[in-house]
Design a protein. Sequence first.
Length: 427
Amino acid sequence: MKQILFLLTVLLTFDSQAQLNITIDGGNASALPIAVVDFVNPKDPLLTNMAEVIRNDLSRSGQFKPLNQDLLVDQPRSDADINYGTWRLLGADFLSYGDITYLDGDRMEVRFRLSSVADQKQLLALTLPLNKAQARAGAHYIADRIYEAILGIPGIFSTKLAYVTATKNGDDFKYQMIVADSDGYNPQSLVTSKEPLLSPAWSPDGKKLAYVSFEQGNSAIYIQDLSSGARTLLSSFAGINGAPKFSPNGQRLAITLSKSGNPEIYTINIFDKKLTQITNHWGIDTEPEWSPDGQSIFFTSDRGGKPQIYQIDLISKQAKRITFEGAYNARPSLSPDGKYIAMVHGNNNRYQIALLHRPSNTLQLISSGSQDETPSFAPNGAMVLFATRTDAGRGLLKAVSVDGQTSNDLVLSSGHVREPSWSPLLK
């Protein structure tokens, strides 16, 4: 329970700037119908409707279809209150319900239950001690537990998104590095600059972000601690300092440097800044991505004539080409289990997000834009986040399920949003 309370407290540290507004573009025909009943609340309602947050979370995933609120005819508080026949007639496979008890001050106790309607069986029971300000974070946590209890894989509703916004400021642009909840709420500006910010990358524990800044004129790589705000300059060599990615153990970054005159892949120890050169080729090697086991790095290279994705073993330094279909494949992002590579796939000046299923070596397009870029896998492997543009040229983010059936638009009320990165699961 202490871990839960720590997580919920951390999630409250974000203030309200550059909020993303989310709309669901498509639904999954096989989504599971679930009734998420409003919590029994004997006092004044919370500013946050916890049941509504849970319904929105589950709906965004594409795996669940919450019943319309006008069908929620009962409001059970315990198992004894459930009329399973009613919920079967309404078409619900699962029922979520609970109640809120107020303690002293702003403290409250939220009791939550999840039942299978078909089996007439309780699947999950939780009691969460919260304060009123933690209601939204508590709802995300409950949605995570529902997702995992029914589907058997972790939910991602308590995770974070990092992204860059660009807004017009007179004749110039103002760039901000933002961290927000997975549903776009509680955004916090970590860095503000008149110069571009690029490539946010999460540490495996979700406590730090590495990114590229041009605030000193040339590109430089920084690591920023999210709780303290302290940041460390890690790399500012002459030329390119780009595309940082944390190793699975969090001790190194894979980066792109051109300090030798040609862009190559390096690793750098975040504690002593020791550099190790990984590639050494006349081609342009960039955009590194670690394998889940940390034994190899995937990267983009034009050493074969056009940009394609390669994999290099960190011990033997032997590289092999991974992608062959299409004239352009770049910006690899690996699923947590390593079975899929999300990438930017280009043909005839059209750039879309594709998934390469590595066991079968089959390629599947999951986006329909023409300028899609920077894919980032969700930490449970169920969705891919990427940047795209509207027909009017405005930058927005999309999150698409790996089967391509569910798509969410994440749009700023003003300005452009680019360079998305999905956090790891927060523990």
